[in-house]
Write a protein that binds this ligand. Structure first.
Ligand SMILES: Nc1ncnc2c1ncn2[C@@H]1O[C@H](COP(=O)(O)OP(=O)(O)OP(=O)(O)O)[C@@H](O)[C@H]1O
Ligand SMILES: [Mg+2]
Length: 339
């Protein structure tokens, strides 16, 4: 049964494309500094933030990482499409317009306008409880399962209304999700990956074999698991389980992959593998990831959107959000001054 309802907004709003990175109007922090003057030097001119490594807080500079990113893009040839080392703006794969979400009386998302460019990675950042998971779950209608959840506004996939024009099962096939904790089913590695395709009616063994192999390859875990396909997935390490869950999500050939803190329960090596994987996945998929790890957002994402108390404060090129944010709240957050 569907509990969430989607109502049209009373007033049509325009989506804020990533190109126009203005801080939102009506903002209680109306005197936020202008671009370039957002932070008190820390972020604007090269940024330091505290990263905890082995329990020890260390000062981390964003500037060299931004330069590394630009260099990587030049190597990848992306500079042809994007001057000044910036990722080119791609068309929106998904879009959110005038989105308001309520859990009963609680207003969890407030007037969100955002676009997710195709074949790019968008990071959603912000302190605990600001609505990141709620937004992610709205994108594939997981909130339908939450009693008392009410949604106003519009969410689109390839320009089509995700709540009114696309069947919910079709939407969830096209928009897959990987969660914080790896959650393999208590069955074999093979059956985990074949689960979705079987549900969608694929029964032929050779076809399933091909999908399982391709999905495990796409999730960068085929070599580790090809001789263990019949073994129970619960016997894998946490990092392997998470990549298996990514393979399971990829097996139904989604177009968008939602990742909710998908590396936060993993060790640094498994995390690095998944970050590298995300960099490859964006060639085929549009990725939207929630992360509390600022350096991960910087390493992996093309675009970043910063949320606070249910509002989207600012969104734009990841480099800009980290080194030259418009809004002082963004500057404070990425510099580790709160959150
Ligand atoms: N099912 C629910 N019923 C009622 N309130 C909810 C529900 N799910 C989330 N909330 C509330 O909505 C707000 C946003 O929650 P959400 O889980 O989206 O935050 P988040 O940004 O993902 O936080 P975190 O970083 O801790 O995961 C919080 O105040 C939370 O308590
Ligand atoms: Mg969350």
């Amino acid at each position: 049964m569907t509990n969430a309802t989607l109502e049209r907004p009373t007033k049509k709003r325009f989506a804020a494309p990533f190109g126009s990175r203005a801080a939102k109007a009506g903002d209680p922090f109306a005197d936020a500094p202008a671009k370039g003057a957002a932070a008190d030097g820390a972020v604007a001119d090269g940024s330091v933030a505290a990263e905890t490594v082995g329990g020890v807080a260390q000062a981390v500079s964003y500037a060299p990482r931004v330069q590394e990113r630009a260099a990587r893009r030049v190597e990848d040839g992306a500079q042809l499409a994007a001057p000044a080392g910036k990722a080119a703006d791609a068309p929106a794969k998904m879009g959110v317009r005038g989105l308001n979400l309520y859990y009963k009386d609680f207003h969890a998302l407030k007037n969100i306008d955002l676009e997710f460019p195709v074949n790019q990675v968008t990071a959603l950042i912000g302190p605990s409880g600001c609505g990141k998971s709620t937004l992610l779950k709205s994108l594939n209608r997981m909130n339908d399962l939450v009693e008392g959840c009410r949604i106003e506004g519009e969410i689109t996939l390839d320009g089509q209304d995700a709540y009114r024009s696309i069947d919910v099962n079709s939407l969830r096939r096209r928009v897959g999700m990987v969660f914080q904790q790896p959650n393999p089913f208590p069955m074999s590695v093979y059956d985990n990956v074949a689960f979705g395709p079987r549900t969608h009616g694929i029964k032929k063994r050779d076809q399933l074999d091909e999908i399982v192999e391709q999905s495990l390859r796409d999730a960068a875990i085929w070599d580790e698991l090809k001789d263990r396909l019949k073994k129970n997935a619960l016997g894998l390490s946490g990092g392997q389980q998470q990549r298996l869950c990514i393979a399971r999500a990829l097996a139904v050939r989604p177009e968008v992959l939602l990742m909710d803190e998908s590396t936060s329960a993993l060790d640094p090596i498994s995390t690095a593998k998944i970050e590298e994987l995300v960099g490859q996945l964006k060639q085929k998929y549009t990725v939207i990831m929630v992360t509390h790890n600022m350096l991960q957002a910087l390493r992996v994402s093309d675009k970043t959107a910063f949320f606070l108390l249910g509002e989207m404060v600012e969104a734009g090129d990841t480099d800009d959000i980290f080194t030259n944010p418009h809004d002082s709240r963004t500057a404070d957050y990425v510099a580790g001054r709160f959150g």
